[in-house]
Design a protein around this ligand. Structure first.
Ligand code: SF4
Ligand code: F3S
Length: 111
């Protein structure tokens, strides 16, 4: 199994999760992060760190499209292990539903 970042992260991108991961398997896009499913060791440490509950174990139902998205973009985006400031308007996007349509496939800065 692996842990998966879902669309709650999009445009919130708080980055509290990256510093706790013991294997540094978060990757940064322009407006969200993803987890590399082959690198994640399923420790679960990151799940409670995300204030908007964007991180879920893949054993939860309904995560198929996010599993695919995490696997695909973890290969394309740069690694991130150090938290930076979230987007200035992150509060406005907290808890908004169906943010997948706002997904940006462009890479983020990385470390
Ligand atoms: Fe990293 Fe553990 Fe979260 Fe996987 S479950 S992304 S290994 S902190
Ligand atoms: Fe995203 Fe939550 Fe991490 S908003 S960047 S998964 S702390």
């Amino acid at each position: 199994m692996t842990y998966v970042v879902n669309d709650s992260c999009i445009k919130c991108k708080l980055m509290d999760c990256v510093s706790v991961c013991p294997v540094d398997c978060f990757y940064e896009g322009k407006n969200m992060l993803v987890i590399h499913p082959d690198e994640c060791i399923d420790c679960g440490v990151c799940e409670p760190e995300c204030p908007v509950e964007a991180i879920k174990p893949d054993t939860e139902p309904g995560l198929e499209e996010f599993l695919k998205l995490n696997a695909e973009y973890a290969k394309a985006w740069p690694n991130i292990t150090v938290k930076r400031d979230p987007p200035p308007d992150h509060k406005e996007w907290e808890g908004k539903p169906d943010k997948l349509k706002l997904f940006d496939p462009e890479p983020g800065e990385g470390d």
